[in-house]
Write a protein that binds this ligand. Structure first.
Ligand code: HEM
Length: 501
């Protein structure tokens, strides 16, 4: 009787509907190999806002444009943070890199540095010659493989990493960058392996994140791998920064920044704008976002677009007609051709509708108690936005499983992919929207375009277009499970491939 008197009545939380969770494990074991698809199926049963339990923690998933808008626009300040997962702690400089930073002063500073210093239109244009050089090398490399089967993904990843790292780091930290001349620290392949490991680890479900009393046991061995990955990548960045710093100190006031490391180091100087001032750890954590964040994202989007175009010759024909018209068949596609290439833009949108890189965005978290659609969303709830599900829902898209770029060219269907239209969210929306989208799209448009502008592609003997793998390997970036091997054939005379533009 006494206990009853002093115990405060607990308010019943009105969670969104969802499958019944098991004690301790919740719905974890229902998720399977491709959680976005399992959760999409469950949402069809429970509705476009659904509660599941990952272990002991609440997770709410939005599966309609209206619900996505609630979380990413209407109540964005409440949901613009990230849950404190192991990936952020052990591979994200203890939540200091932008991807995993909680919503707050440090994240705001990182964002400001990105948008004002690194990704302003002027700055991006200033790095265009570097991107062009890398692109031309990439196509020369493909030309050298004429008639031989190439795993297109491998070439694309080398090229995107070369482009991104030249823009970010300068060009001398890889043993196989320019011939074998440099005294490189890692080879390009080693760095790619590091990025792969980061991506895999950041997409894994660490059991201890969701069942906290199991955290110290590291049952899957993932935390050990995270610490290992972090140590290697941190060593790499330490050398890169030290090398840049020597040059900066030597040049003094005459220092002329050549790459993004230089730009970031300038913000550590005493005379830097106090509102933008960084320490060395801040520089490292931002570099950490730029390299894995910039490489795999663009490369995977390119790979999906190439798979779709190989699978749909009628779409490829239209794209080629557009490219031949724009270039007169005399030159490669350039970044500034894109306003004259509406079909290309529609191909990219259609690819990202069907294959959003992060099918459920990166996880968001509620920083205070909230109400959405009449349901309670308690502080600490993880929020997933199932953009894969939204992109394939026949309530918003006609024949959603068809690859049909024309849908974006119909009158009144000029749907933006930049986060204004909640039925297409490949970059997210609101405060956490991808800050690198502009660079990503520049790389994707010119690469996908020129891969088909410069070359015809044949399949190796015994392989047909129906053998192209369209099933997904789920992760922080979700890529085709099996890469395709194809044989390049030139579309133009030999001198075309010696062109520098
Ligand atoms: C086609 C290419 C790309 C796609 C599809 C893409 C997609 C995304 C998505 C879906 C998110 C999560 C948004 C959210 O959680 O709400 C994101 C975040 C992010 N992206 Fe991208 N991205 C691309 C290219 C890039 C590039 C080139 C960079 C940098 C060089 C970059 C850096 C980042 C960073 C740092 C974040 C975390 C932002 C934050 O948490 O505040 N991305 N991106």
């Amino acid at each position: 009787f006494i206990l009853k008197k002093i115990k405060k009545p607990t308010k019943k939380v009105n969670f969104p509907p969802g499958p019944t969770p098991w004690p301790i494990v919740g719905n974890l074991f229902q998720l399977g190999y491709r959680p976005h698809i399992t959760l999409d199926k469950l949402a069809k049963q429970y509705g476009d806002i659904m509660r599941v339990k990952f272990g002991m923690k609440n997770v709410v998933m939005a599966a309609s444009p209206k619900m996505a808008e609630e979380f990413l626009k209407i109540q964005d300040p409440i949901f613009a943070s990230r849950p404190p997962l192991s990936a952020g702690k052990y591979t994200g400089y203890d939540f200091k890199n932008m991807t995993w930073a909680p919503y707050g002063a440090h994240w705001k500073l990182s964002r400001k540095v990105y948008l004002m210093e690194l990704f302003s239109p002027k700055r991006l244009s200033s790095f265009e010659p570097v991107r062009l050089e890398e692109r031309i090398n990439f196509f020369k490399g493909l030309y050298a493989k004429i008639g031989q089967p190439v795993v297109i993904k491998k070439h694309i990843r080398h090229y995107t990493l070369s482009s991104i790292s030249r823009v970010v780091l300068g060009d001398k930290y890889f043993t196989d960058f320019k011939g074998n001349e440099s005294s490189g620290l890692l080879s390009l392949d080693e760095l790619i392996a590091q990025i792969d490991e980061w991506m895999i680890l950041n997409g894994e479900l660490v059991i201890g994140d969701w069942i906290p009393f199991l955290q110290p046991l590291d049952l899957q061995g993932l935390i050990k791998r995270m610490k290992n990955q972090h140590e290697k990548f941190d060593n790499f960045l330490t050398v890169v920064i030290a090398d840049h710093k020597v040059k900066m100190d030597k040049a003094g006031d005459a220092f002329d920044p050549k790459d993004m490391v230089d730009l970031l180091l300038m913000l550590t100087r005493d005379e830097a704008d106090p509102d933008m001032k960084l320490d060395l750890e801040g520089v490292k954590s931002l570099l950490h976002d730029l390299i894995p964040g910039g490489t795999d994202t663009s490369a995977t989007t390119m790979e999906w677009a190439i798979h779709e175009l190989l699978l749909h010759p009628e779409a490829l024909k239209k794209l080629r007609e557009e490219m031949d018209k724009v270039t007169g068949g005399e030159r490669w596609i350039q970044e500034d051709d894109h306003p004259n290439m509406p079909y290309m833009e529609a191909v990219i949108k259609e690819t990202l509708r069907l294959h959003p890189l992060s099918p459920m965005l990166a996880p968001h978290v509620a920083i205070e108690d909230a109400k959405v659609a009449g349901y309670d969303i308690p502080k600490g709830t993880t929020i997933l936005i199932n953009t894969w599900s939204i992109g394939r829902n026949d309530a918003y898209w006609e024949n959603p499983s068809e690859f049909k770029p024309e849908r974006f060219l119909e009158a009144g269907k000029d749907i933006s992919m930049m986060g204004q239209d909640f039925s297409l969210l490949p970059f997210g929306a609101g405060r956490r929207r991808c800050p690198g989208y502009s660079l990503g799209l520049r790389l994707v448009r010119t690469t996908v375009g020129n891969v088909f502008h410069g070359f015809n592609w044949k399949f190796p003997e015994g392989f047909t277009k129906d053998d192209i793998c369209m099933s997904e390997r789920y992760g922080l970036t979700t890529c085709p499970e099996v890469s395709t091997s194809v044989i390049p054939e030139p579309r133009f005379p030999a001198h075309f491939y010696q062109r520098s533009k």
